[in-house]
Design a protein around this ligand. Sequence first.
Ligand code: NAD
Length: 371
Amino acid sequence: MKIAVVGETRPGERRVALVPGLVSRLADVVAEVAVESGAGAAAGFSDEDYRQAGATVAADALHGAGVVLSVQPIPEHRIGELAPGAITISFLPVAQELDLVRALRDGGHTALAMELVPRTSRAQAMDALSSQSFVAGYRAAVVAAEKLPRFLPLSMTASGTIRPATVLVLGAGVAGLQAIATSRRLGAVVRAYDVRAASAEEVRSLGAEFVELELPTLEGAGGYAREMTEERSRRQRELLAPHVADADVLITTAAVPGRTAPVLVTAEMVAAMRPGSVVVDLAAESGGNVEGAKPGEEVTVDGVLVWGGANVPSQVPGQASQLYSTNVVNLLLHLRSGDEIAPDFDDEIVAGCCVTHAGEVRHEPTRALLA
Ligand code: NAD
């Protein structure tokens, strides 16, 4: 079987679905790895790197490929180029891509969505949501440090002592924990809050202070957060306001699966921060945790810089690609049967991430959206 790696064309996407260093891991299961010319360039990998790794590089890499790898979903206008029954593996935000899902279904293709891989221990090595959140969390802390016009660490010099900056992280999941760890390494005093009970211990284990609010925890299915009621939301904002006002840096990462991101911080709360403070909203693309944050933009609210994240993992393209590629290769090896790639659609990982197969939409929520 031939596997193709597609060049990304969506604006701002710099990652690539397979890095040269992982081509050899597929040697036992595929006859050829074909990469579109220039596919890795924005992530720092040249065509020559792929050739040396044993891949072929061609403009028509897609031709005859049984499996097609990309980060963003394959563009709808390229569906006609897929071989009959080809398997596509990429992120596929189904609710925003219904026309593409229909086209994949009608073309008889198997579409596997990386964000739908079940987040179980068994599938941990294929969890691209976590790997990319990890990158985004790191980047959030680095952006904040760069934008903040002051030191992060405590500095004692002959010319005096500089107090450390205070970083407040709201949402201590995968991205939040990495933002905490990175801010700590940069020497900041870090505080964090999350609605999940388990998060307090995780925050403390990184040397940060967990902000205790007089509010119940809020956990839903699978250990994820639940949506807040309006009353809870108002109360949480009220209790967080003094912590926000006291922070030099605010990093927000809160998300609730399948919902718009909760608004945790109002424009009034931002305005109460000291001028020169920095806000990094990693949830800006999914509605925003901070009122006024705009994805891909920097805005200033009463002297406070508000940075809205847009495809943040893509801002660290080499390593984000390396981690994503590892997730994809692990999924591919999981699909293997003998020396073939032959998915078992009864397997819980395959069933979980399969959106279309054999002319049907297999993912129940997407089927409901299309009905
Ligand atoms: P996420 O991106 O969906 O959300 C980010 C964080 O925002 C979460 O920690 C959530 O609790 C928090 N949040 C939601 N509403 C909030 C609010 N109103 N105020 C403050 N915080 C709020 O989550 P994620 O980072 O992808 O994962 C969350 C958790 O899921 C992990 O910490 C872990 O427990 C679990 N998980 C398990 C696996 C696995 O078993 N393989 C993998 C990844 C994550």
